[in-house]
Design a protein around this ligand. Structure first.
Ligand SMILES: Cc1ncc(COP(=O)(O)O)c(C=O)c1O
Length: 443
């Protein structure tokens, strides 16, 4: 399968986009820094497929960075949105839609005594930190190297990869801001530690535990590809945070509603104090959510010492309708079994291709989310492994070749492959065949 058509129209749109948008896009992860010579302009999606401005068809494994848990234009969601839109999109007033969304959310997420909806994952993690600081009366918090929690100032420390010689020693990591425009004092409150390393965590908790409001972690590191927690690591993290009176914020923006109905907290059996959601929760609509016990979230109740959280679009009515329908779809029998089975088949198929083609690459992750690393290592365990041992340029070449064979994926190795409920076994076969052809080009 070779894509016959060119991408002339995409190139024309991209040239035009430069006139009115910075780098021709609305996020650096979509532009020429990632796609060469420029991005493919997508115009339409259906199920697991997308079509670009030139009419080329692709099988989509990026799925809107994981937001599209049911693929594109799921008929039930189209119906719900059309109906809701005809009644009025949003009132910024109390609605039955947000109650119905919240009730379903609580049924699925074990730690959610109550939930607060916002509009993006970044807003959710921002709110979670404010709540944690108010609840504990402490200012500092701990984040891990290579974890991304959105673009809020204090989280933008070592969220990007860097050459290994810039990282400093693991016991005293170099602190590298990801953005200009953030006062350096913002990071005075951030304790930075390598992930998946129990002795490092114990050491830093002994030193800083008493002054930390929160530890925030992704349960599976999803912004350096797909890095799994070592056996018992999350449990140890829970134990140590409890011991020091530190709140554990589990950032499930990527993993929530993906690995299990209750996300990774259900899958790994962890009880966080607060957890944050986005992406798959909105099934393509912008949303963020913070969930946890009343004793913490009730701090947002109106009053003298309240934690403020406003937002014109909080609990957006269209989104709330979509969430209720999305969570109903995800509650159907066998849905998660199917997501895992299709994902595991894709992983097995890709591993087989690399083995047969004698390409030094591993496929890491399981079920609905995974990543390919071109590396000599057997596994990538943390940020430092990723920065040191992963050939991200080769991955980019591989994905650009896959695009030629009709597989849509971002060439950024820091992201991950997503399986939606729209993907089928036939899609897996198409992927495996395309990967085989792309490998032939690589070698
Ligand atoms: C783990 C994690 N947290 C938070 C965010 C921020 O979410 P959003 O892009 O919706 O602001 C992301 C986005 O990729 C993420 O991966």
């Amino acid at each position: 399968m070779t894509r016959a058509s060119a991408t002339t129209r995409s190139a024309q749109w991209f040239a035009r986009a430069q006139q009115s948008l910075v780098e021709g896009v609305n996020s650096p992860s979509r532009g020429a820094a990632v796609y060469s010579p420029g991005p493919i302009f997508l115009e339409r999606g259906q199920g697991s497929h997308v079509w670009d401005a030139d009419g080329n068809e692709y099988l989509d494994f990026m799925m809107s960075f994981g937001a599209l848990i049911h693929g594109h234009a799921h008929p039930r969601l189209v119906e719900v949105v059309s109906q809701a839109m005809s009644e009025g999109s949003h009132f910024a007033a109390a609605t039955s839609a947000e109650v119905e969304a919240a009730e379903r959310f609580r049924r699925m997420v074990p730690s959610a005594e109550v939930v607060r909806f916002a509009n993006t994952g970044s807003e959710a993690t921002m709110l979670a930190l404010r709540l944690a600081r108010a609840h504990t009366g402490r200012r500092k918090f701990l984040k891990f190297e290579g974890h991304y929690h959105g673009w809020y100032d204090p989280y933008l420390l070592n969220a990007h990869g860097h050459p290994p010689e810039q990282l400093g020693p693991p016991e005293n990591p170099a602190r590298i801001p990801d953005s200009e425009g953030i006062p350096s004092s913002t990071f005075d409150d951030v304790v930075l530690v390598p992930w998946n390393d129990v002795p490092a965590l114990e050491r830093v908790m002994r030193q800083h535990g008493h002054e930390l409001a929160a530890v925030i972690t992704e349960p599976i590191m999803a912004n350096m590809g797909c890095i799994l927690p070592r056996e018992g690591y999350l449990q140890k993290l829970r134990e140590l945070t409890r011991e020091h009176g530190v709140l554990l914020i589990l950032d499930e923006v990527v993993t929530g509603f993906r690995y299990a109905p209750g996300g990774c907290q259900e899958y790994y059996g962890i009880q966080p104090d607060l957890s944050t959601f986005g992406k798959a929760l909105g099934a393509g609509f912008p949303v963020g959510a913070v969930a946890g016990p009343r004793s913490i979230l009730d701090r947002m109740r109106w009053g003298d010492h309240m934690v403020l959280h406003y937002g014109t679009f909080n609990g957006h009515r269209l989104t709330m309708k979509v969430i209720a329908a999305n969570l109903d779809l995800l509650s159907a029998d066998g849905i998660y079994r199917k997501l895992h089975a299709i994902g595991d088949a894709a992983i097995a198929g890709l591993r087989d291709v690399f083995r047969r083609r004698k390409v030094k690459a591993i496929v890491q992750g399981f079920g609905p989310m995974f990543q390919i690393y071109f590396t000599e290592r057997d596994a990538i365990h943390d940020y430092r492994d990723y920065c040191t041992y992963v050939d991200t340029r080769k991955y980019s070449r591989f994905v650009h070749a896959l695009l030629e064979y009709g597989i849509y994926m971002t060439p950024s190795n820091g992201l991950h492959w997503i399986i939606s409920t729209a993907h089928t076994e036939a899609d897996v076969q198409t992927l495996v065949k395309a990967a085989d052809q792309a490998c032939a080009e690589l070698t």
